[in-house]
Design a protein. Structure first.
Length: 88
């Protein structure tokens, strides 16, 4: 559901984080294919009581994520739905 790309660390030639998550316009590295609103807040240093919105960058639609929701992150910059997250 979000823009994600595989990353290789050129210094060690080992795979690095597999995904990139866009939170309020800043890109964060992420190692798993899923993320929760609590993890988005922690990663983006957002207040823990702030609602998290998922924004589809293609048509600018948005929806508030449920606290127990798990968002699937799909790899492939050119082929995935481009989504970012921000506080509500």
């Amino acid at each position: 559901m979000t823009t994600a790309v595989g990353v290789q660390d050129p210094a060690t030639d080992k795979p690095g984080p597999k995904y990139e998550v866009d939170i309020e316009g800043k890109i964060y590295a992420w190692d798993r294919g899923t993320i929760t609103p609590a993890e988005i807040r922690t990663l983006g240093d957002l207040p823990q009581d702030t609602p998290v919105l998922e924004i589809d960058l293609k048509d600018n639609t948005q929806r508030q994520l449920g606290e127990d929701e798990v968002v699937e992150i799909k790899p492939g910059v050119g082929f995935s739905k481009k989504v970012r997250f921000q506080r509500g």
